[in-house]
Each structure stands twice: as C-alpha cells, then as structure tokens.
Design a protein around this ligand. Structure first.
Ligand SMILES: Cc1ncc(COP(=O)(O)O)c(C=O)c1O
Length: 409
C-alpha cells in the first residue's frame, strides 16, 4: 500500500471532485422568462407557485403541497398548523440543522431530543418512547443525509400515543422507506429547497399532507393566516409571511422535472460506494435495508476507533489529504449540546422562556449523555460530500481512498 498523503505520499485523487455548477440551464431560463413576462413576481398574481405545488403533490402522490420560503419555514408552518401552545413539548432529532429546531422554540414549545439506534443518525422508537409525556404535541424525525428513519415503529408509537408525526425530509428528497416515499407517511412531510439539497432553488420549502384540514391550515399559516377572497379581510389563525415567490417557483418547477434522474444518479453512485466498502474491517457503510432508498445528501460512513491506526478525526483528515471531500462528524455534536446556548433559556432574553414558562410541564435540561447513541455516532461519522454529477470514477476513488487509509495502520 502506498504512503498516505498526510504522511507526504501522493494523494490518490489529484483533481477536484465535480461541483454542482451544471444544475441550471435553458429550461430554468424558459420558466423564469414566463414569470418576467407575466409582469409580477407575486404568487397570487401568477401561476408558477401554484403549478409547482400541484406538480410536487402529484410527484409524491399526496393531496396537498404548500410551498414556502425555506425548510425552516416548512417546519414552522407545520407546527403552527398543529396549534402548539406555550410549554408543549416536541420530540426532535438529536442530529439536525438548527432550522429543524428553532421553529419549535418560535412556537414557545420545548424541544426534546430523542436518541438514535447505535451508529445511526435518525431518531428511533426507543429514544422517542423515553421522551414521550402528556405534554408531547409532535414527533419530528429527520431522515438524515437521505437515509430514511425507521418509520414503522415510530408511526406505531405516534399512533398509540395520539401524537402527530412530522417527517423532516429536508435532506431526503425521493428517499424511500419500505418502498414508499419519505414525507408521505407522517401526518405532514416537510422539505427544504435550500441550495445544497437534492432539489435546489437557493432557498425554499414545501409541506405535504393528505389531511384536508391540515392542508388548509398550513396554507393559511404560510400566508399570515389570511383567508383570501372575502372583501372583508379575515385572519382566523396565527400565521407568518412564508410565501414563495414566482421566480423561485419557476426554477423549482424546472428542477422538479429533473429530480428523479438526478436522484437516480446519486443512488447509483452511493450504492456503488457501499458495495465497494464491503469487507473493509472497521468501516461501516450506510447500506440501505430491503425496500429502502438512501438518496445520499452526503455519504455518511462510520469508522471504528483505531482503524488504520487512526482516530475517526484523523481518518477524516487522512481521507481529505487523499483528495476526497471528507470531514468528520457533520454537525459535530447533537443538538442538545451544540445548540443549547442559543436554544436553552436564552431564546427570549433573560426570561428563560419557554423552558421556565409557567405553562411548561417540567424543568427540561440538556446534558451530555442525553442521547448516547447519537453522540457516539457523530464521533465515528465520516461525512463525504456527494452530488448528482459524480460518476463511477468518483465512487472508485472514494472506495480506493477509504481502503488505502483503513489498511494503512
Ligand atoms: C434536517 C433539516 N431540517 C431543516 C432544515 C432547514 O432548512 P432551510 O435551510 O431551508 O431553512 C435543514 C437545512 O439544512 C435541515 O437539514
């Protein structure tokens, strides 16, 4: 085996990995031109946002799709539609983006992270069961990095406890759990269209549901609670202005038509990497279970301590030195440790609300060890950048570099 690049050897890969510069083209421009020609960028003057919602709903086979301004907004719209009250509790993913958590606090509710299974990033039913209380008003699993959460036990638990489950699919467009698209199995599915996502429009979000009542409420919550139509204005529910504009929807429409081909490219390469990594001692690839589809927002693999004589942090650095877009640990620490200075008791200044609110049912604290599996998984996680422009060459180089580093010790 040749010398590792971190020790002065020749990197396995000497040219950059493909970027996503080719995402947009003439079809996006054609859609955008129609918006410019219509003379207004406002969704209620034009057709594009409505068309995008209709096409998104059709693609997922759901009754309602409500476009909004971001994945954060989508989660907030969903929580507003569920009519959360101050002091309510929401069970959240331990490994997520701040945008999945802040809406909980914005509703004056208290986020409670539920642990994952060992060496997994998605919350599991055991972790949720340990957090459920009579104050729980929503369970929000994240399909982290395109890997579907194990939904069946989560849905069973949600149904038995009468708590709605909201799927956060920000990182998992077109991922599947047992043959069904994620986002279509919970009461609500929430998506982000932020630039790094499988469906990318710079910013944007979508909520989906089959529930007519929730669909109607989410439409209102996305639009300041405004019932459009009657001459006398009415705002029967609390809402914010999370309206998508026509320019974003024009690009979203053009991109949506290419989504399945692009996701198929990610799946082909991601699955090939998984096959290539089989049998490397101490390296654990995210191989999808039967009927599942991982759509590889990033490629997350786990390495045991000491593989190649390295810690996981050193392993990631060694891979990066080999020319692989690798880093250690994704968000580094789970939400209850990473975000606690912001979310815990300082969201609304010195009041400590909502944690210290008289409506809160208990004194929630966040401490190391709350989600031991998630904490351990992040310690051992190697995150490799992925996109739809990778080819077999990138798959081979990733596998070759992991093998080189793992077998170097
Ligand atoms: C799991 C998860 N939820 C929510 C969000 C928030 O989405 P946005 O950045 O579009 O607000 C993100 C963004 O990365 C995310 O990864």
């Amino acid at each position: 085996m040749s010398e590792l690049a971190i020790h002065g050897g020749r990197p396995l890969r000497e040219t950059p990995f493909p970027g996503r510069g080719g995402l947009y083209g003439e079809d996006d421009l054609a859609e955008l031109r129609q918006v410019i020609d219509q003379g207004s960028l406002f969704r209620f003057d034009g057709r594009k946002v409505r068309e995008f919602e209709e096409e998104f709903a059709r693609l997922y086979g759901v009754k309602h799709a409500i476009a909004c301004t971001s994945g954060t907004a989508a989660i907030h719209v969903a929580l507003m539609a569920l009519e959360l009250e101050p002091g309510d509790e929401v069970i959240v993913a331990p490994v997520t983006d701040a945008g999945g958590l802040i809406p909980v606090v914005a509703q004056n509710a208290i986020p409670l992270p539920a642990d994952t299974a060992p060496r997994r990033l998605c919350m599991d039913a055991e972790g949720v069961a340990a957090r459920l209380s009579d104050r729980t008003r929503a369970i929000v699993p994240v399909h982290v990095a395109g890997v579907p959460a194990d939904l069946e036990p989560l849905l069973r638990l949600a149904s038995a406890s009468g708590v709605p489950l909201i799927e956060d699919c920000a990182q998992a467009h077109r991922a599947m759990y047992r043959g069904r698209y994620v986002g279509t199995m919970g009461r609500i599915g929430c998506f982000s269209l932020q630039q790094s996502k499988q469906l990318a429009t710079g910013e944007g979000g979508v909520c989906v549901t089959d529930d007519d009542d929730l669909g109607e409420r989410m439409r209102l919550c996305m639009d300041k609670g405004w019932v459009r139509g009657p001459a006398l204005r009415a705002y029967p529910v609390m809402g914010l202005n999370y309206r998508m504009n026509e320019l974003t929807a024009a690009v979203a429409l053009a991109q949506l038509r290419k989504l399945d081909d692009r996701v198929a490219a990610r799946v082909r390469i991601g699955d090939a990497i998984g096959r290539g990594l089989e049998g490397i001692p101490g390296v654990h690839a995210p191989v999808p279970a039967q009927g599942d589809r991982n759509t590889y927002w990033f490629y997350g693999l786990y390495v045991d301590d000491g593989v190649g004589g390295l810690s996981p942090v050193e392993f990631a650095s060694a891979l990066a030195a080999e020319g692989i877009p690798a880093s250690h640990g994704y968000v580094g620490r789970p939400m209850h440790l990473l975000y606690s200075p912001v979310l815990e008791r300082r969201a609304y200044g010195p009041t400590g609300c909502p944690w210290t609110c008289p409506h809160a049912g208990r004194n929630v604290q966040y401490t190391p060890g709350d989600c031991p599996n998630a904490e351990d998984a992040l310690q051992h996680l190697i995150m490799i950048g992925m996109n739809e422009f990778y080819t077999e060459r990138e798959a081979d180089d990733i596998v070759g570099a992991v093998r080189k580093v793992a077998c170097s010790g």
